[in-house]
Ligand binder design. Sequence first.
Ligand code: GUN
Length: 280
Amino acid sequence: MAILIDGKAWAAHDRAQTAVAVAKLADSGIKPGLAVVLIGEHPASMSYVRGKDKAASEVGIYSEVTHLPSSMTEAGLLHLIRELNHDERFHGILVQLPLPAHINEQTVIEAIAPRKDVDGFHPFNVGALALGLPGMVPCTPLGIMRLFEYENIPLEGRHAVVIGRSHIVGKPMVQLLLAANATVTVCHSRTKDLAGLTRQADIIIAAIGKPRFVTGDMVKPGAVVIDVGINRSEGKICGDVDFASVEPVASHITPVPRGVGPMTIATLLNNTVKAASLRA
Ligand code: GUN
């Protein structure tokens, strides 16, 4: 029986701390602001954006969502981002991904001022993380690092296997684990003998977007298993980890929902307050 890592409860703890920081900034006349841009009607994106907007308002962050049709041009979006870069009300800008195919994601990310890039996706922040310099760190992997800290899970010298190499989770996760002195293996869709590698892991981070991909036979007894997946399968939300077979083998496991997802949002709020404090 694994210990269940209650991401929902830890996220509430983080949001309470962020609310205190927001109140302190208010004493100096600063109200942190977050601009969220959503393009199109992608149902999951719409739900994530609603969650971010609501959570921001609850901790006292000024939040504004700009919802644009999927016919929006790249030039139009770049124009909006330039306006938001100069709008002093906003300390953070988040463009919800994925974008429609006719818009180049990288061009859009690079248009966001690095100091307002609360997602940590701009090459300036990606480079800073790789070099161990101060900058904005992507919310999901940073939220996972907080869970390790809160649950007293040591990382130094331990073997972490990250499944997935996305810019949003896998790659920044690798950087953070390395900075914490873990030994890191990165697996992906072309990896040979993936199960042979995960069976050597003290810590598994599953971020591949395939429902119930990691099964109990792929996990070393006592390993820590972090499930980043949010998949829809047969009308239900499930993770990248097959909870039923992994939970009896692991020492710690994050559920889906109520695991990593709430930490992503809590960390976004914290990054927004950090951006506001840095400008102050
Ligand atoms: N789409 C899925 N996850 C994320 C995220 O963390 N940030 C943004 N901007 N889009 C996403």
